[in-house]
Design a protein around this ligand. Structure first.
Ligand SMILES: Nc1nc2c(ncn2[C@@H]2O[C@H](COP(=O)(O)OP(=O)(O)OP(=O)(O)O)[C@@H](O)[C@H]2O)c(=O)[nH]1
Ligand SMILES: [Mg+2]
Length: 240
């Protein structure tokens, strides 16, 4: 992250949680949004500035997981893995928080530069749902911000949190899922080998998990991109 290059932000989240609404709120762009799931199929990129810094922001397709069982999941996952956004904002629906956290935990396995954005807080209030963001923040190890993207509520705090993350005033230590003893043992054997292959390019633990799961697609993509000399700069490839 250098001073004169824009900071890259990715918006990830389940379908229909308000990612595009937040994207429009932040960028002021009039991107068309609708209330049916899976609508975002190509990546839209916008920009904004805050406290003298330029940001680019990419609206990823809505997915329930990053297991690459669908094209959308693969696009979202590959963007986070290979384009390495400086910050990934995971947008979740305050009224279906538990289900949404599945994706958040998966993102947190790939990158530690995560902000959890709990959207539709107005709907949650109507339903009497109370969310203790400080407890969540402690448990998850990343900033947790309550917003209503449509009503532009919580946006100043979100921007401030982005700024403090960029300037290193906030450091994160995302909660890492622990697996069974057997899996953890295999991971311990595999991680040093994976580290030799990918160094710091990808999270070795996450890649080792994928390999244990029988998913070699990320490693193959990594090798292919390496051969083609594609670095983290090639964002435009994904962008409309
Ligand atoms: N009540 C309420 N509705 C919201 C809020 N934010 C977004 N919505 C609505 O939620 C619906 C989905 O919003 P989108 O921004 O299209 O959601 P998305 O996550 O981009 O959806 P996909 O691209 O399909 O994954 C729209 O009808 C929005 O108006 C909010 O803060 N409160
Ligand atoms: Mg959308």
């Amino acid at each position: 992250m250098t001073q004169n290059q824009p900071i890259k932000i990715a918006l990830a989240g389940n379908p229909n949680v308000g990612k595009s609404t937040l994207f429009n709120t932040l960028t002021g762009l009039k991107q068309h949004t609708g209330n049916w799931p899976g609508k975002t199929v190509v990546l839209a990129e916008g920009s904004f500035s805050f406290k003298g810094r330029e940001y680019t922001i990419v609206d990823l397709p809505g997915t329930y997981s990053l297991l690459s069982t669908s094209a959308d999941e693969e696009v979202a996952r590959d963007f986070i893995v290979f384009e390495k956004p400086d910050i990934t904002i995971v947008v979740v629906d305050a009224t279906t928080l538990e289900r949404n956290l599945n994706l958040a935990l998966q993102v947190m396995e790939i990158t530690d530069r995560v902000i959890l954005c709990i959207n539709l807080i107005d709907e949650a209030k109507k339903k009497g749902i109370i969310i203790h963001e400080n407890i969540m923040m402690d448990k998850l190890g990343v900033p947790v911000i309550k917003i209503s993207a449509r009503n532009k509520m919580g946006i100043p705090l979100l921007l401030d949190t982005i700024d403090r993350m960029v300037t290193g005033k906030i450091t994160t230590s995302p909660y890492q899922m622990k697996y069974s003893e057997e899996v953890e043992e295999k991971l311990n054997q595999l991680i040093p080998k994976v580290e030799k292959l990918v160094g710091n390019d990808l999270s070795p633990r996450w890649l080792a998990l994928k390999l244990l799961d029988g998913d070699e697609s990320i490693l193959q993509t990594y090798i292919k991109r390496k051969e083609q000399g594609q670095g983290a700069e090639k964002t435009n490839e994904y962008v409309r």
